[in-house]
Design a protein around this ligand. Structure first.
Ligand code: PLP
Length: 390
């Protein structure tokens, strides 16, 4: 699955290679099966059937009923839909979220603020956990929705979602979780979790880009934010992205079948990666939770270096890594996640995310650690603070 044999891809939290089985499943829908799923004739029935099959595959991965799955153009739209759709339907004026959400949640919340709504951004601990008692204290009668991510895209910390959802419900408030980084990596059952809404994205689990879904608990009411022909049970208009939906469905089926293997293999490689870095590179610190962490996340601060310089040097050595959210890079701002953890400027700028996939090997990790150690030593030797870190 790797793009080029001599390159090492360690940015699987940003996106993943599309699985061969997924591509095979998609191809007929880019060739002969081109009917509009709303059409009554044979061509339409064929694509409509394929969408219903994908809906079943996706629902099965998260323990939902297929009718509870609404397709979107990705995780960003699913998050916007959950937040804006709930607020519009309930006509309440307050939303609670955490200060470490992805921009796909933070930005719709900020746009609600601009429109006159009240938004509470909950603080987090240094490991990235929302404190349940902070949520309890923030809830009000006019709170429409609580939105807290399942796993953070930068530091990988997994939130106590079941507890947070219970607290929200005890106060009569709806609960949404952005599970884009967690689906397919840890077992998720929406009924066990007790959430009303859950966002997913295909391209994080070896599916195609530009497709995702929002789980909407049966009986939970939400207003559409995209209006038109009434597709997706009148909740998300627009002719369905059939080939991508089919690919997303297949990716979910693969993810479900290989979940135990993924958890075991990838978390073992992650722990090896972390141990090797700690052993071979001085003046570094693992960020996020050591225990409640998604299997594929490695996030470190390397003191005395700049994370952006590190990425460029690693790229010169054919290794792909990231400082955090690929989407925020365009905004050229320091990570709001690391800021919310209380990190100093030096800790923020010296941070690096290395995210694994099933395709990564021990040999790749060994080479990455070797290059990382060399590059960090070189960058530190050029730094004005070199005596501090050499
Ligand atoms: N939420 C989280 C936690 C993410 O990591 C991402 C993507 O990185 C998104 C939402 C956005 O998903 P998409 O790229 O499918 O729009």
């Amino acid at each position: 699955m790797s793009a080029q044999a001599d390159r090492i891809y360690l940015d699987n939290a940003a996106s993943t290679p599309v699985a061969d089985e997924v591509i095979q499943e998609m191809l007929p829908f880019l060739k002969n099966q081109y009917g509009n799923p709303s059409s009554i004739h044979y061509y339409g029935r064929e694509t409509s059937r394929a969408i219903q099959n994908a809906r079943k595959q996706i629902a099965s991965l998260i323990g939902a009923n297929p009718r509870e799955i609404i397709f979107t153009s990705g995780g960003t739209e699913a998050d916007n839909f959950a937040i804006k759709g709930t607020v519009q339907y309930l006509k309440k004026t307050h939303v609670i979220t955490s200060s470490i959400e992805h921009d796909a949640v933070l930005e719709p919340c900020k746009s609600l603020e601009d429109a006159g709504y009240d938004v509470t951004f909950l603080p987090v601990t240094r490991e990235g956990f929302v404190n349940p008692s902070d949520l309890k204290n923030a809830l009000r009668p006019e709170t429409a929705l609580v939105s807290v991510m399942y796993a953070n895209n930068e530091i990988g910390t997994i939130q106590p979602i079941r507890d947070l959802a219970r607290i929200a419900h005890e106060a009569g408030t709806a609960f949404h979780t952005d599970a884009v980084q967690a689906v397919g990596k840890v077992p998720i059952n929406v009924k066990d979790l007790g959430v009303d809404l859950l966002s997913m994205s295909s391209h994080k689990i070896n599916g195609p880009k530009g497709v995702g879904a929002l789980y909407i608990r049966q009986g939970f009411k939400i207003a559409p934010i995209i209006h038109g022909g009434g597709q997706e049970s009148l909740l998300r208009s627009g002719t369905e992205n059939v080939h991508s939906i089919v690919g997303f469905g297949k990716a979910c089926e693969l993810a479900q079948n290989r979940l135990p293997q993924y958890q075991q293999q990838v978390s073992k490689l992650r722990d090896y990666f972390i141990a090797q870095i700690q052993q071979k590179i001085p003046h570094c610190r693992l960020n996020g939770s050591a225990t409640d962490r998604i299997p594929n996340n490695v996030h470190f601060t390397f003191f005395g270096v700049n994370g952006e310089d590190l990425i460029i040097k690693l790229d010169e050595n054919r290794i792909a890594a990231s400082t955090g959210s690929a989407c925020s890079v365009k905004k050229q701002k320091p990570s709001h996640v690391l800021k919310a953890l209380g990190f100093s400027y030096e800790e923020i700028t010296g941070s690096l995310r290395l995210s694994l996939g099933l395709q990564n090997t021990v040999q790749e990790v060994d080479r990455a650690v070797l290059i990382l150690a060399q590059v960090i030593e070189e960058l530190r030797s050029l730094s004005p603070f070199k005596s501090k870190y050499s």
